[in-house]
Write a protein that binds this ligand. Structure first.
Ligand code: DX5
Ligand code: ZN
Length: 219
């Protein structure tokens, strides 16, 4: 496989009392990005953290912060996340009635613009904004919690998105999020994914060993 696969540990599964140490371990083990799951208790039933933590993480790591906003009205806080140090900001299609404007706003702020789809949201809804995003984050679980089972019926979505790229319709990276582990990695990589977001599979047990296993599975 010629394209490079990037690994993005999701800190949702980290030990928050030792977060700085765990991020250092990810860095040393060759992680490429740090995936930060922001949840508001409305769009998804869970609640996590906001720009304050992103700012603190930005001070302790050189890795790019990949911020996944699972929140309603994300357009109201894009500036705050960018100022806090987000290199990439991903919004959910389901939360953005003015998706074109929201993606343009993220790019204007100088961040990479990402759009994410829940498992039940069809890929075709993004056709009108092809070219307006840099990252397509395909949810392979229903967002809100770590440790859920990978939904295999999402593979055709990855294949179709990759087909769009091959046809030269648009350039974007394909990220997958949810239930990514050494068993599911070959499936998503063969389908076209190039960013692997993984929480449980990175932070449960030995981080360096876990990242090594994920990378091995991607080859
Ligand atoms: C789920 C989050 C994920 C989550 C994945 O809503 O977006 O990033 O951390 O966790 P695992 O890898 O445990 O499925
Ligand atoms: Zn996520």
């Amino acid at each position: 496989m010629s394209r490079s696969i990037r690994i993005a540990p999701s800190i949702l599964a980290a030990d928050f009392l030792h977060l700085a140490d765990q991020i250092k371990e990810c860095e040393k083990a060759g992680a490429d990005l740090i995936h930060c799951d922001v949840m508001d208790g409305h769009f998804v039933p869970n609640l996590t953290f906001g720009p304050l933590l992103i700012r603190q993480l930005h001070q302790i790591t050189k890795l790019e912060l990949d911020v996944h906003l699972m929140i309603e009205k994300p357009e109201l806080s894009l500036d705050a996340y960018r100022k806090a140090g987000a290199a990439a900001i991903t919004v959910h299609q389901e939360t953005c009635p003015h998706l074109h404007r929201t993606l343009a706003h993220i790019r204007e702020l100088g961040a990479r613009a990402g759009v994410s789809l829940n498992p039940s949201t069809p890929l075709e809804l993004l056709e009108p904004v092809l070219g307006d995003f840099d990252i397509l984050l395909i949810m392979t679980v229903n967002p809100g919690f770590g440790g859920q089972h990978f939904i295999e019926s999402m593979l055709p979505k990855i294949l179709q998105a990759d087909q769009w790229r091959r046809e030269g319709v648009a350039h974007f990276s394909i990220a997958v999020d949810g239930g990514i582990d050494p068993k599911t990695v070959p499936l998503v990589v063969e389908s076209g994914a190039d960013v692997l977001v993984a929480g449980t599979a990175v932070f449960e047990g030995n981080i360096a060993e876990n990242i090594r296993r994920l990378r091995e599975a991607a080859c």
